[in-house]
Ligand binder design. Sequence first.
Ligand SMILES: Nc1nc2c(ncn2[C@@H]2O[C@H](COP(=O)(O)OP(=O)(O)O)[C@@H](O)[C@H]2O)c(=O)[nH]1
Ligand SMILES: [Mg+2]
Length: 212
Amino acid sequence: MNRIQILRAEFLISAVNSQNYPSEKFPEIAFIGRSNVGKSSLINSLTNRKNLAHTSQNPGKTQTINFFKIEIKNSENDDRQNFYLVDLPGYGYAKTSKVNRTEWAKFIAEYLTKSPQIKFVCQLIDIRHPPTKDDIAKFKWLVEHEIPVLIIATKSDKISRNQIQKSISQIKNDLGIQELSVIPYSSITPAEKNESRSDLLDVIYDSLLESV
Ligand SMILES: Nc1nc2c(ncn2[C@@H]2O[C@H](COP(=O)(O)OP(=O)(O)O)[C@@H](O)[C@H]2O)c(=O)[nH]1
Ligand SMILES: [Mg+2]
C-alpha cells in the first residue's frame, strides 16, 4: 500500500498575476513543461481524480496559473499536510505568437521568483523525444534562480523498459547534470499499481516536512 494517501483534492483558483494568488499560504509544488507534455494528466493521476485538471488533445489551452489545494496523510503515523499543486501554462507551443511567449515568460518568472513557499518545481519532459531547446532553456533558468527541480519524463507507457533507461540517460546528458533525479511517469497507469506515483507522493511529503 502507498505510504502517502490523498485525503482531499480540489481546484481552488486561477491566477493571471500575483494579486490573484491564494491568500491562504501553503507550500507549493509547481508543474512546468511544454504544452501537451502531460501536466494536467499527471495532476489527475497524482490526486487520483479523473478530471480535476482539464486535459486536452489541443495544445496551448491552459493560459492561467491554476492552484489545486491538496491534503495528504502519512498512513504510518496519521500526519496530515496541506499544500498546493500548481499547474502552469505550457511553453513552446508553435502557434503561440511572440508577444504571447514574452508574456508567458514574464508571468511565469514572476510566479516562480516571488513565491518563497515553492518547495520544488516538477519539469515535465516527454520521454519519447530528447529535451527541446525550450526545455533546456527553462531548466537552466530554474537552476540559475536556485529553484529546486525534479525532472519527470512523461508518457513512459509509450516506450519499452529498455528505451526508458536510454531516454533518461539522454535527458540527463542533454541537461548536463548526470546526478539529476529523473522519474519516468505514466499517467494512464492505475494509482494502485503506479510505483512512480507513490515515489512522487513520497518526495512531495518529505519536502513538506523540510523547513525553509
Ligand atoms: N499514453 C499516455 N498519454 C498521456 C500521458 N499523459 C498525457 N497523455 C495524453 O497527452 C495529451 C496531453 O495531456 P495533458 O495532460 O492535457 O497535457 P498538458 O498540456 O501538459 O496539460 C492528452 O491527450 C493525454 O491523454 C501518459 O502518461 N500516457
Ligand atoms: Mg494542461
